[in-house]
Design a binder for this molecule. Structure first.
Ligand code: DLZ
Length: 298
């Protein structure tokens, strides 16, 4: 399988080698490991993508090394600064930026006489980029239910505080957050499902946009820990899949109480907070995907 492609550029003298290595090191390349042997040395500059282009007809550039960049002007500025750092003028060594006939902008730099490199970027900065659809983190206008187990309340109360903090700080209104307490983690999924399925009389389908599930199972203190955990996770997942309402998973599974405390705001973040943020993001994402589908179908 092909993995990558390397362009080898022989430097005729040690000085040329050092100048080229120095020039490329200021332009934002990831440095490669290079090598230094008796017979040769190599300085390596990595780019995330490479390709070999065979050209029939007019070359797209005056040189055969084309380096695609983002922020072309900033790269050119870095090249200019390099020349100034050498106490040299740029005239004749760095061209102005020019438009090409292939919807891009380009300039060339010649850090060593005879070594010309072209730097270019697409005129449309989004061209060729995979554009991800992502949820935002504003909870304004969203409605949530939080289902929190009372078992291990010293932990779940902290998770609940964290979840409320995340929702309110992200713009949710207090009246749009319903808190439901259940005896233990075992009951979380059933309550979540009831809320997700709720009939129109009690707020209607979609009476909440997302459900945040909170609980805490501690292995050392929980009989049938694995069995309970698997059922809780399965039930919450199933409720989410079958109703289409995002269910954020904030049920801790810990070895010890200390570990649980750490995950409930002491040392390792607050998983209630994190679950609430995930819920907000998923509601936003859900809305965007539905909007896209509607506008594509229109
Ligand atoms: C019974 C039990 C045990 C042993 N451990 C926990 C636990 O660590 N975390 C938790 O949330 N709940 C626990 N429970 C209670 C069960 O989840 C459930 O509430 C009861 O078995 C009643 O159905």
């Amino acid at each position: 399988m092909i993995k990558g492609i390397s362009i080898l550029r022989p430097a005729a003298t040690a000085n040329t080698y050092e100048r080229l290595a120095s020039f490329f090191s200021v332009l934002g390349f990831t440095p490669g490991s290079g090598w230094n042997e008796d017979s040769s040395r190599g300085a390596s500059f990595l780019a995330p993508l490479g390709n070999l282009e065979i050209v029939d007809g007019t070359m797209p550039s005056v040189t055969d090394v084309l380096i695609e960049v983002t922020q072309l002007d900033a790269v050119r500025e870095a090249a200019i600064m390099w020349f100034r750092g050498q106490g040299e003028e740029t005239a004749g060594h760095i061209s102005p930026v020019a438009e090409t006939d292939w919807k891009s902008r380009i300039f060339t730099a010649e850090p060593v006489s005879g070594h010309v490199f072209a730097f270019w970027e697409w005129a449309d900065p989004l061209r060729g980029k995979p554009i991800a659809v992502e949820g935002d983190l504003s909870a304004e206008g969203m409605r949530f239910a939080i289902v929190a187990a009372r078992w291990n309340a010293v932990i779940t109360d902290r998770l609940l505080d964290g979840a409320l903090d995340a929702l309110l700080r992200s713009g949710a209104a207090r009246r749009d957050i319903e808190i439901v307490r259940v005896p233990g983690a075992w009951e979380v999924a059933a309550a979540a499902r009831t809320i997700a399925d709720r009939s129109p009389t009690f707020g209607g389908p979609g009476s909440v946009d997302a459900i945040i599930t909170l609980g805490c199972l501690i292995r050392g203190e929980t009989a049938h820990y694995e069995a309970i955990y698997n059922e809780v996770a399965r039930g919450i997942g199933q409720s989410q899949q079958e109703t289409g309402i995002p269910h954020a998973f904030g049920v801790l599974t810990c070895e010890t109480l200390e570990q649980a405390l750490n995950r409930a705001g002491v040392k390792a973040g607050n998983k209630g907070f994190e679950a609430a943020i995930a819920a907000i993001e998923m509601v936003s994402l859900h809305r965007k995907l539905v909007d896209r589908e509607n506008s594509e179908g229109a």
